[in-house]
Design a protein around this ligand. Structure first.
Ligand code: PMP
Length: 369
């Protein structure tokens, strides 16, 4: 007989590990398309020289820097090993046996997975017909056991947003014993002025935590660092449940250096946004009913054909993320990478029947290793 493992873990699906291939165009993980700027790489290398020393326990230097940049007091900021670890820590900090987590579906798949792993019940509320959070239905789904509600804004994987008025109403009507986690991993790609700034909302209330990350706009997905802005009591609780020293010295140095280049980050995000809007237009023209996205990815609701579609793209050198039975999420890459995807998508299943001439070549972006 093996060691006893919690029986309920069997019900948690294995994490869908993104595929990778040596020469493929990687549009399946919502990463930034460019490597970090050389000065950030240099800061990581400098930090490595002191690799024999543990990092700062609470990332104090980075917290001070973020506090100054965001105009938020230091006790309101907690740093984690990627914002995904903060999702888990928030559940652990707020929920105990018998409690519930509420989230939209589809949304970021880590929310239900972490809740279940913590032995916490999950309620999911379907997105509306426009692939947006249905905040009314989410309010109706709140029970006396609800402790945490995730609102992913923009939503992964659909790219849709909730706007100021509806979020304000939602927060007004929600019992303030419920912690609202506004996950703003893609905030830097938002161009709609009516999408609220979660940090301002958090500062004005006692029950809102905001998650941000260096993985997307700052191009540091492989370095693993993100942060939470929340009332000090929530941040203190995060500190209690966090894995000690989970945020490496290298990650802290990288984030600090990345914050020195706001103009570069803005320019990179603007380039992604331009490509996002071009891809969106082209996909609509091809007949795919793609909802408007405010993130660095687009959602193709191809339903039952999702897996087949992703396999087709993979055979043509482009990796996208399939959500079986539901749709495809494609990350916005460099222009030539997006062209490679558009070529594959045009030949895959043109929903409007306007299949392009058979001579269309599939282009695989050069130089991707
Ligand atoms: N939240 C959302 C909505 C995400 O899509 C992701 C990354 N896929 C994360 C959080 C986690 O990002 P990281 O851990 O890299 O900061």
């Amino acid at each position: 007989m093996g060691v006893p493992i919690r029986a309920d873990l069997a019900a948690i699906p294995d994490y869908n590990i993104p595929a990778t291939a040596p020469d493929a165009v990687l549009l399946n993980s919502n990463e930034g398309p460019l490597p970090p700027p050389p000065s950030v790489v240099a800061a990581i290398a400098r930090a490595a020289v002191e690799g024999h020393r543990y990092p700062q326990w609470f990332s104090d230097t980075l917290v001070s820097r973020l506090a100054a940049d965001l105009a938020v007091p230091e006790p309101w900021i907690g740093v984690g090993c990627g914002s995904v670890s903060l999702c888990r820590d928030l559940i652990q900090a707020a929920c105990g046996p018998g409690d519930e987590v509420l989230c939209a579906w589809r949304s970021f798949d880590a929310y239900p997975a972490f809740a279940r792993a913590a032995g916490v019940r999950v309620r999911t509320v379907p997105l509306d017909a426009e692939h947006r959070h249905d905040l009314e239905a989410m309010l109706d789904a709140v029970t006396p056991a609800t402790r945490v509600v995730f609102v992913c804004n923009p939503n992964n994987p659909t790219g849709t947003v909730v706007r100021s008025r509806e979020l304000h109403d939602f927060l007004e009507r929600l019992p303030d014993r419920v912690l609202v986690v506004l996950d703003e991993a893609y905030r830097e790609f938002v161009t709609d002025p009516d999408v609220p700034d979660g940090i301002a909302l958090s500062r004005a209330r006692r029950n809102v935590a905001v998650l941000r990350t260096f993985s997307k706009a700052y191009g540091l997905a492989g370095v693993r660092i993100g942060y939470c802005v929340a009332p000090p009591a929530v941040v203190s609780a995060l500190h209690k449940v966090a894995v000690p020293f989970a945020v490496s010295r290298l990650a802290q140095a990288a984030a600090l250096a990345a914050l020195d280049h706001p103009a570069e980050v803005r320019a990179r995000c603007a380039a992604v946004v331009r490509e996002r809007d071009r891809l969106h237009t082209r996909l609509l023209e091809a007949g795919y009913p793609v909802p408007p996205s405010q993130a660095n990815f687009l959602w193709l609701p191809v339903g039952e054909r999702a897996t087949e579609f992703a396999d087709f793209c993979a055979r043509h050198g482009v990796l996208v993320r399939a959500f079986p039975g539901d749709g495809i999420r494609v990350t916005v890459g460099l222009p030539e990478e997006n062209d490679a995807f558009l070529c594959a998508a045009a030949q895959a299943f043109p929903p409007n029947g306007r299949r392009p001439a058979a001579s269309v070549d599939i282009m695989v972006a050069p130089g991707r290793s």
